[in-house]
Ligand binder design. Structure first.
Ligand SMILES: Cc1cc2nc3c(=O)[nH]c(=O)nc-3n(C[C@H](O)[C@H](O)[C@H](O)COP(=O)(O)OP(=O)(O)OC[C@H]3O[C@@H](n4cnc5c(N)ncnc54)[C@H](O)[C@@H]3O)c2cc1C
Length: 383
């Protein structure tokens, strides 16, 4: 292996976009390795051989962004089908629309409010004694009141995070809007869709460049660095350092698959927020491709648990002790000269696809310039 090569660890969106951008602006050869046998990281999709349905193998992925350049970028590599994420919640009383919107409020309280009436009504439910909410629970109690909180947020959050919502920061609930219109689009971004042939085909095209070589089934080993001019690491930050300070906390999810004929729930994502139900949601994959027709249907019932050493780390917990540990690992990462850390795992943050693409697009030209000039590598702002 020549020293004028760059090694990228991870063939998810972060690694793929970084590889493509470096290949476009550098006369260096790029090697991308991934320990898995496929490209795409957690966005990996694969057609199911029995039903023909495109399965999102590591959980449902809906692409959304407000950045025009990011939307144009992904559309260079795939044709996107139109998809609006409309999430439902099934409770004993029926099926309700999330995020909480005017329709949810009227259905739940059996009313016929206008937008402004609903806003005023919800205002009366909030706990006015809470001045500055200090955690998820206080935020919910202050802004939607106890009944909506306990119905739609409490159980789901407890099951997903394995802790009491009052132990979580307000940032977790702030991601979920409350709307006083009939808008039931889960996201507020300008662009939204799903690649018609799946994310893996898209990422394969991103990596299809004469200066990029991809080796799957190849795990990173510390000794590899010496053979390369620079390494971009997109795997877990604590794993890079051999967990020598301890393990960063993650939640993982796993699924039980069931196969049916026809339609199962008439919808892609059905949340189950009630406490007595052990799973958190049911995912009916064929509804992510409404432009396709399938006789059969495949449902994944999703469970959440603490991530162990052998599990795939999905959601960073980012509780107090994790934050301290993250800061200590990041301090080490900042002092590296030959390694850059990119993506959700390597920076220990929950990031959507458009965010990791944005960061890779913004970071890579600066890195290329630094390598070209033989200067110290730039540091990702998040570090
Ligand atoms: C359940 C779930 C649902 C999601 N839904 C959405 C959604 O609807 N919309 C959205 O925008 N985002 C969604 N996301 C976020 C999305 O998955 C991430 O933004 C994206 O996967 C981040 O890409 P990445 O390349 O940084 O990381 P990853 O996709 O995790 O890729 C990292 C790659 O590195 C490889 N790797 C790790 N360690 C090593 C090693 N030691 N050696 C070799 N290879 C290694 C891994 O195998 C993996 O392929 C969701 C995330 C989860 C968990």
């Amino acid at each position: 292996m020549s020293t004028s090569r760059i090694l990228i660890v991870g063939a998810g969106f972060s690694g793929a976009v970084a590889a493509r951008e470096l290949a476009a602006i550098q006369d260096r050869k790029i090697l991308v390795i991934d320990e898995r046998e496929h490209m795409g990281g957690n966005c990996h999709t694969k057609r199911d051989p029995t039903s023909g349905i495109m399965l999102h193998r590591y959980g449902p992925h809906i692409f959304h962004t407000s950045r025009e350049d990011v939307w144009a970028y992904v559309n260079r590599f795939a044709e996107f089908g139109p998809f609006i994420n409309r999430v439902k919640a099934r409770i004993k009383r029926g099926v309700f629309s999330l995020p909480i919107n005017l329709g949810t409020i009227n259905q739940f309280f059996g009313r016929n409010f206008s937008s402004e009436e609903a806003r005023a009504f919800i205002g009366t439910l909030g706990d006015s004694r809470i001045d500055e909410p200090r955690n998820f629970e206080e935020y919910a109690l202050k802004f939607v009141g106890r009944e909506l909180y306990e119905t739609f947020f409490y159980g789901y959050t407890q099951k997903q995070w394995g802790c009491e919502p009052r132990e979580l920061p307000t940032s977790v609930i702030k991601r979920l809007p409350i709307r006083f219109t009939e808008d039931d689009n889960y996201y507020s971004d300008r662009f939204q869709g799903i690649p018609r042939e799946g994310y893996t085909a898209l990422i394969k095209r991103v990596l299809d460049h004469p200066d990029i070589e991809v080796k799957l089934g190849t795990a990173w080993q510390a000794g590899m660095a010496g053979e390369f001019e620079h390494v971009i690491f997109t795997g877990p930050l604590d794993q890079y350092y051999g967990h020598h300070l301890g393990r960063l906390g993650y939640r993982t999810v796993f699924w039980e698959r069931s196969d049916h004929l026809g339609d199962y729930q008439g919808h892609a994502l059905m949340n189950y927020p009630e406490v007595g139900i052990p799973f958190i949601r049911k995912i009916e994959h064929k509804h992510f491709a409404p432009w396709e027709e399938h006789e059969k249907t495949v449902v994944y019932t999703e469970f959440s648990k603490e991530s162990g050493a052998a599990d795939i780390p999905f959601y960073p917990k980012s509780l107090g002790p994790d934050k301290i540990l993250q800061a200590r690992y990041l301090e080490q990462a900042r002092s590296e000269t030959k390694v850059s850390f990119l993506g959700r795992l390597a920076t220990y943050r929950y990031l959507d696809m458009h965010q990791v693409i944005s960061e890779a697009l913004d970071f890579t030209p600066r890195l290329a310039e630094a390598i070209r000039r033989g200067q110290p590598r730039p540091v990702l702002p998040a570090l």
